[in-house]
Design a protein around this ligand. Sequence first.
Ligand code: ARG
Length: 467
Amino acid sequence: MKKNSQHSSAKRMWGGRFTADTDTLVEAFGASVDVDKRMALEDIEGSIAHATMLKKQQILSEEECRLICQGLETIRDDILADQFVWNTALEDVHMNIEHELTQRIGPVGGKLHTARSRNDQVATDLRLWLRKAGLRIADELHTIRCELVNLAESHLGVIMPGYTHLQVAQPVLFSHHLMAYDAMFRRDAERLTQTLERLNESPLGAGALAGTGFEIDRIVAADQLGFNDVMMNSMDAVSDRDFVLDFLSFSSIVMIHLSRLSEEFILWSSQEFRFITLPDSHTTGSSIMPQKKNPDMCELIRGKAGRVCGSLMAMMMTMKGLPLTYNKDMQEDKEGVFDAVDTVEWSLKIYSSMLPHIEVHADRMRQAAGAAFSNATDLADYLATKGVPFREAHEIVGHLVRICLSENKTLESLPLEKMQEVCTLIASDVQEYLRLDAVVSARSSVGGTSPEEVERQIKKARKQLCP
Ligand code: ARG
């Protein structure tokens, strides 16, 4: 690793009014560079935009701006080549880079911080960083949706039990179940778009909190950085972290969706359910039990969802009592949101690579869907169409279920005469009514589980995904 021009025992950049040294424990505790160096490229991008604006406003000369920008570019090259040495004594990413700039180009490097504070700088960097991360996650959401839709489309005829209270309720199409998750991820993508739209305003130029007396042009810097606008209130610009809360809230909801899907896959791949087999590539064995195949990835994603939600809670608690404007507490904003980005991105990737290789056991699902009187509602509906008030029909079918239970029969295998003993309106056409496929096809209301409706959902999603 190449050494920076000078890197140990750096002079504190705010040391002027101090006579004694900082305690070493304090220095280490206050430093954030180990975390915030992930924003180094955004810090440089922001600095170049700031310097360019200062030149345009004739606050920096052409030559000063050129030296500063070139210096920053050499630092960027070293960072990209993993040759930059970070120094905790310099506290954070901003002061590491600025200090090194001055080492490289001399005192003119000190002019970069004219009309700027680390307070507007850090808010700018984090917004730029999250914007990039958000666009990557948007791509991942698109991919997982495509994989869900593929899986739904290729298993369109498969019937499985639908549950409420994890008790068999009514049969549904497996594709219908998958498309429910597609709908959740579509809303997640919308939430992300809105989050990115809202955070895309520039805090740069807000200064420490009150703006600056220099004749800066905030719009020029904002344009260069691709922001849609400048933040209108300088105090809000440096003290707001609701864009971090937005991002963590979006991340928590995606993770909750992935966690629920994971929970289902864990159940479905168990010996008791046997609805699906997860691919070898995404499962692990046991060091003691040779027969085992564990759904570790699903479990880990379910587990990590807790951590992401925890980061949202942590940041809400950090922010809730802070007076305006900047407080050092806010330095705590990055660790949680960086971790959330990594977790969401990684989890989505794991799912997208696993989904195409899931083995679906249609026979087993069908068998489970036909058990446990999942067509009881349909028998009640049948009676209702014959004029019996639904509440009464419900009662009659409940009675029939009780008879079936004591005689170890299903509704469709109970002899017609037995049914007619309970209700004379039941005729031989009831058999057709109770067939699994008929039960599913009958639910053709908008958004229902009939093959036509599910196919419509799939087509609609396809159109959104590949316009
Ligand atoms: N490292 C700091 C943070 O992440 C940068 C801003 C420091 N500002 C200050 N006034 N001490 O919050």
